[in-house]
Ligand binder design. Structure first.
Ligand code: MIG
Length: 640
């Protein structure tokens, strides 16, 4: 059993977060290899010159996390630039690897944890939980992949999505009516571009109320769901964390009646504002409240819905009633004063502090494992427990079919209930590269069903960015084109080169048997679908430094083009491989390349796939949706 290689250390009174599913015997003392400073409550580890540090799931920067500071504290922040320390997720698992020996650590603490990985001192990794009630695991093993397998045994088997969820999905914040959605389906059909899912963003709801459908804009919703499905398309609605405060709205009324909302110190429910206006937050950490909220998804599954995305569950807060009052109070004081320049910036800072204010996370409480816990101490569990509530409800209520489920916010443990998308990226070339780098880190931590908003969410995409991004995203298990309200339209039929887009999406469908098989393997064997090169080519220093190429399953390496105005790129081959340059699933050329560096041409419409030695790739005939694919058919075989 690989659990034998795991040691557990406890500090203070750790919460049972639900991340871990196995019992590991406790050790006394300090985690091996670490020093612990009682005064600063910080663990430190001296990094060797060759040490690379992998992990932390969804974060900014490289696959090798060395050289930056990361704070696990789930944040609703739509600007994922290099300067950020927190995104929507906290996966506190790391591997330190010098190429020949490695070990892993998992910090099971649901509050803020700071990982300074050679930021303050290039040779020191320090870990500081804000509240040091921590279970600290050290995982030994002969290689990163072995350590990953042990860690994943510790945290339990990853979520298995339905097979159709490997199809292509179109989304956009702004589809308002059934006809808007019909148009998307129709335009895709006209061009013969496969499509499995159309996502429904917040506008399908009545006044942004969870588990409602606006009856004017979506008359006969149930038959609309059926109509779409007859065309091979499933509708995937969004669910937000906040419940609108509105007399007569059943979810609100039931939540109040049963005391299911998060409360303040004084016992009254917290009043925050998000899209619905004023909301209460369900206390997903309270099992009774979680069961109640989870069962609500049935309103939609009863109408034929088979998939959901959970949003705003960090939770994102536009403002709280209390903080807003404080701000107005302070404005009252400075209103008639002559502001000096620092006073002016103080005033501006006050306004900027209104949304996602950290102080607001200290204003409300959960009923967690039978005790009252202030939110900030268990902050990172909120999105996890929302998604767990839904996942457990599907196991109770939807036994006849698998439900697609993924979330924006996450923590270790959530990988058992759903996947993740990486939130509000931008239509930037640098975010295509970030997407490439995030995938293996997410896979390490068991988030196999994951992907980014292809084409970019914020800002305006361009046709070539969309094309290049698709050429990478056809390999990501979650494959969705999504964009923000007010940005340039980016459905594939909005562009000129629709033939090329069709070819790329068809190639995805031809690859689905391979992708599905390799993802299933990663899930069942506690492995990784996307791997950094260095996890396989262990003693190859160049492989360790190559972060813009990935291994996909056991047989393939990819090297996406992620820069504008390029018709090729340099590729590093850690061994001889066979290159397949796809223009479509049936139009390609192949070439054997030797270990080492190569400049490889890739025109805008060409996808580069490298077959590893001793491996094979077979393609099936694409279809307009996954249900119509013949998974056993083989229209092309590539072998090396
Ligand atoms: O405040 O529902 O990340 O995918 O389109 C923005 C609207 C709320 C954030 C999600 C995004 C979604 C958007 N939501």
């Amino acid at each position: 059993m690989s659990l034998e290689k795991i040691r557990k250390y406890e500090f203070g009174n750790p919460y049972d977060t639900g991340a871990v599913v196995c019992d590991v015997r406790k050790q006394v003392g300090i985690p091996e290899g670490f020093k612990y400073d009682m005064n600063t409550e910080t663990f430190t580890y001296t990094l060797g010159e060759k040490d690379m540090v992998f992990g932390l799931g969804e974060t900014v920067r490289g696959i090798n996390k060395r050289g930056w500071i990361y704070v696990s504290y789930n944040a609703d922040d739509p600007v994922h630039d290099e300067n950020k320390t927190s995104l929507y997720a906290s996966q506190n698992f790391l591997i330190v690897d010098d190429g020949s020996s490695a070990f892993g650590i998992f910090v099971d603490n649901p509050g803020s944890v700071t990982f300074d990985i050679g930021y303050t001192d290039m040779n020191v990794m320090s870990i500081h939980p804000e509240n040091n009630d921590t279970s600290f695991y050290v995982i030994n093993g002969d290689s990163p992949l072995e350590i990953v397998a042990s860690f994943r045994e510790l945290v339990g088997k990853s979520y298995v999505p339905p097979i159709w969820a490997f199809g292509y999905g179109q989304s956009r914040w702004g589809y308002k009516t059934a006809d808007d959605i019909r148009t998307v389906a129709k335009r895709y059909k006209e061009l013969g571009i496969p499509l499995d899912m159309i996502y429904m963003d917040i506008d399908y709801m009545q006044d942004f109320k969870d588990f409602t459908v606006n009856p004017e804009r979506f008359p006969n919703f149930e038959s609309f769901v059926r109509e779409m499905k007859a065309d091979g398309i499933r509708l995937i609605p969004i669910i937000d964390a906040g419940v609108k405060i509105e007399k007569g709205y059943d979810v609100y009324e039931e939540g109040i009646k049963n005391d299911f909302f998060c409360k303040k110190e004084d016992g009254t429910p917290l009043v925050a504002a998000v899209w619905p206006g004023k909301v209460h937050f369900p206390d997903f950490l309270n099992p009774a409240a979680a069961k109640w909220f989870g069962d609500k998804y049935k309103v939609l599954t009863d109408m034929g819905i088979e998939g959901f995305w959970n949003d705003m569950n960090e939770p994102a807060i536009f403002y709280t009633e209390d903080h807003l009052k404080e701000v107005f109070g302070e404005l009252e004081i400075i209103k008639d004063k002559e502001l000096d320049i620092w006073g002016f910036f103080g005033f501006k800072g006050l306004i900027d502090s209104i949304n996602n204010n950290p102080g607001d996370y200290r204003r409300f409480f959960h009923e967690f494992n039978g005790v009252k816990v202030r939110h900030d101490k268990v902050h990172n569990l909120y999105g996890f427990y929302m998604t767990k509530a839904a996942g457990e409800a599907f196991e109770r209520n939807n036994r006849d079919r698998k439900i697609l489920l993924f979330s924006r916010s996450s923590f270790m443990g959530m990988h058992r209930y759903g996947g993740v998308w990486t939130g509000d990226n931008m239509s930037w070339w640098s975010h295509l590269l970030l997407n490439i780098k995030q995938m293996p880190s997410l896979n390490m931590t068991g988030f196999i069903y994951s992907g980014a908003d292809t084409g970019g969410f914020g800002g305006n995409t361009t046709e070539d960015l969309m094309m290049r991004w698709l050429e990478f995203s056809i390999f990501t298990p979650l494959f969705r084109n999504h964009s923000a309200l007010g940005t340039r339209d980016q459905e594939l039929y909005r562009f000129e080169r629709s033939r090329d887009f069709k070819n790329i999406i068809e190639l995805r469908y031809a690859l689905i048997p391979y992708i599905y098989r390799e993802c299933t393997k990663a899930i069942n064997e506690n492995g990784m679908y996307f791997k950094p090169l260095s996890f396989v080519y262990r003693d190859d220093e160049r492989a360790g430094e190559t972060e813009d190429q990935l291994l996909v399953g056991d047989s393939l390496m990819i090297a996406p083009v992620y820069e504008q105005n390029k018709t090729g790129r340099y590729v590093y081959l850690p061994e001889d491989m066979k290159l397949v340059r796809f223009r479509s699933y049936k139009d390609f050329d192949t070439e054997v390349l030797t270990k080492g560096d190569h400049y490889v041409k890739a025109e805008l419409n060409e996808v580069l796939v490298f077959i590893r030695k001793g491996h094979k790739l077979t393609l099936t005939e694409p279809a307009n949706c996954v249900d119509r694919l013949d998974m056993d058919r083989c229209v092309a075989t590539f072998e090396f």
